[in-house]
Design a protein around this ligand. Structure first.
Ligand code: COA
Length: 257
């Protein structure tokens, strides 16, 4: 499933998946999720691929789900492209890296919880504005985020939805390292190549062991989140907040209760 906004390429064992829709801040559409799911599934069976690397462009990783799509193409079944993407990410056997430059919003941050190594530029930032959009967390983040950053931090990030800097994200363990903005790409590629050169079976077995206990729990969290997400998405308050974004106005506070 090809999509012009998802650019993939395999070199020296590294499958690059670039999110490239800069005119919309790399907002992710149904077609983009389908293309990323396909790329992940193909990578599983391609012996030339040893590791996977997600990235955006210098000033944006992704602004999260396309807000127009939330209204027009809501994910309402387990076969929806977004769930196919999330399942492929959760079950990926090969190591996944992400290079974050600019903002990582919503699923742009929650997808990082499934990555094995994340580097960000100094000016990158991370936010989970689900509640602000009258939505709930997804991608298993209601389970994974507290495990990764602790309950208090997870509550703060998910209830307030404020953005945090790359330095803070690194401090709390959401990402692995922070480098100068201009060095993000080369750092990520160097790390990817180091992993690509490791003994193949040991690398895969180690990733599998690391995920063994948690994957079934994440799977069930994702299903519960998806039911709640779908209910919230069809609520009048979500419709108001999402429409307000598209119409470039403030939501009507009277319609948020
Ligand atoms: N869905 C759909 N369109 C989006 C988008 C998204 N998630 N994020 C940005 N865009 C679009 C804008 O509507 C705008 O389109 P236009 O040029 O046709 O008007 C274009 O991308 C540029 O965005 P703009 O808001 O003008 O850029 P900015 O630099 O002022 O702000 C963001 C960038 C990412 C901070 C801001 O666009 C934003 O908050 N986006 C929504 C993030 C979000 O809530 N995502 C959902 C998470 S669950």
């Amino acid at each position: 499933m090809k999509n012009d906004n998802i650019v993939t390429e395999v070199t020296e064992g590294v499958q690059r998946i670039e999110i490239r829709r800069p005119e919309k801040k790399n907002a992710l559409t149904v077609g983009m999720y389908a293309a990323m799911a396909d790329a992940l599934l193909q990578a599983e069976t391609d012996r030339d691929v040893r590791v996977i690397l997600f990235h955006g462009q210098a000033d944006i990783f992704t602004s999260g789900n396309d807000i127009g799509d939330f209204l027009q193409n809501p994910a309402n079944s387990e076969d929806s492209p977004v769930f196919q993407f999330l399942r492929a990410l959760m079950h990926a056997k090969k190591p996944i890296l992400a290079a974050v430059t600019g903002r990582a919003i919503g699923i742009g941050t929650t997808m990082l919880l499934h990555c094995d190594y994340v580097v960000a530029g100094e000016s990158a930032s991370f936010s989970l504005p689900f509640v602000n959009l009258a939505l709930v967390p997804e991608a298993g983040s209601s389970l994974l985020l507290p495990l990764v950053v602790g309950q208090k931090r997870a509550s703060e990030l998910l209830l307030f939805g404020d953005k945090i800097s790359a330095a803070e994200a690194c401090d709390i363990g959401l990402i692995n390292s922070v480098v100068a903005d201009v060095d993000v790409g080369s750092h990520a590629l160097a790390k990817a190549r180091i992993l690509a050169a490791k003994p193949r079976a040991a690398l895969l077995a180690t990733k599998s062991l690391l995920k063994r206990a948690i994957v079934p729990l994440v799977e069930s969290a994702m299903i519960e989140e998806a039911h709640e997400f779908s209910d919230r998405l069809s609520s009048p308050e979500a419709k108001e907040v999402l429409s307000a974004f598209l119409e470039k106005r403030r939501p009507d506070a009277a319609r948020l209760d």
